[in-house]
Ligand binder design. Structure first.
Ligand code: FPP
Length: 255
């Protein structure tokens, strides 16, 4: 006997996955290594995750690499992180570009030195025509500051007489965010067992599915991403997708 669910298509992979990469420090501490070793290993996980995301046909991947709160860490760690990012760009930009990755940076990039800012802009420009995967790196990013900045810009436009307050709606507001033009994340993953958003994409993640993975970020890889996508698909089937009943056989169809 045929089930009414037989005709249901599998839920599609999320179009946009955003990841809070957490646990580098604990990964290092468990091995008696300096925190920098955890961040270095975290870069390898970034590489694995990008490859796996491309394999799943994900269009947008946002990685929370440095929060606006991370400036409060000791100067040595901030230096390690910015060094790693610069090294990553220099070592992997060509490969990323060849794989069809387009790089975007969101966050207060002007808080970094002029040479890193120039390298970020160069990386964005060099990959601007790529379409396989949009890789968004959130750097010195904080959602509350992003929302406050958007509000300030909108208020200035109103004060200048260029914008009617009645025209301010969710769509207009979103065009003033750092993510203007990007789709909202469908799935937000946080590693290391912590279950918080920590000021990440607060506006954009309003309807995102949240998946918390116990793995420390340096241990994250293709299998973890696959499990998170499978969990997302299960939830989509439960709450979102409406199973399509199997259509009745066409009149006169033999068999
Ligand atoms: C959180 O672990 C991770 C970070 C603050 C930085 C993430 C950065 C990288 C993975 C490397 C560079 C990124 C790119 C995109 C090349 P934590 O230090 O807070 O860990 P803990 O909570 O265990 O201390």
């Amino acid at each position: 006997m045929s089930s009414p669910f037989q005709g249901a298509r599998p839920a599609p992979a999320p179009r946009h996955i955003a990841i809070i990469m957490d646990g580098n420090g604990r990964w290092a501490a468990r091995r008696g290594l300096p925190r920098a070793a955890g961040h270095r290993e975290g870069v390898l996980a970034v590489r694995r995750t990008i490859e796996a995301a491309i394999g799943h046909g994900v269009e947008w991947l946002t990685l929370f690499a440095f929060s606006s709160e991370n400036w409060r860490r000791p100067i040595e760690e901030v230096t390690d992180l910015t060094f790693l990012l610069r090294h990553y760009l220099r070592a992997e930009l060509r490969e990323l570009a060849e794989a069809g990755v387009r790089l975007h940076v969101i966050g207060e990039r002007d808080r970094f030195g002029p040479s890193l800012q120039a390298e970020l802009a160069e990386a964005e420009a060099r990959t601007a025509a790529n379409r396989k995967l949009n890789l968004v790196i959130a750097l010195s990013y904080g959602a509350r500051a992003e929302i406050a900045t958007a509000a300030r810009r909108i208020a200035a436009a109103v004060a200048a007489g260029a914008l009617d307050p009645a025209a301010i709606d969710e769509t207009l507001f979103a065009t003033h965010l750092a993510t203007a033009g990007m789709p909202d994340p469908d799935l937000v993953i946080r590693t290391s067992g912590e279950q918080r958003l920590s000021n990440f994409l607060l506006w954009q993640a309003a309807y995102a599915e949240l998946v918390f993975d116990e793995a420390l970020w340096p241990d994250f890889g293709a299998a973890n991403l696959g499990q998170a996508i499978a969990e997302y698909a299960r939830r989509e089937r439960r709450f979102g997708a409406r199973p399509e009943p199997v259509p009745p056989p066409a009149a006169g169809a033999g068999g």
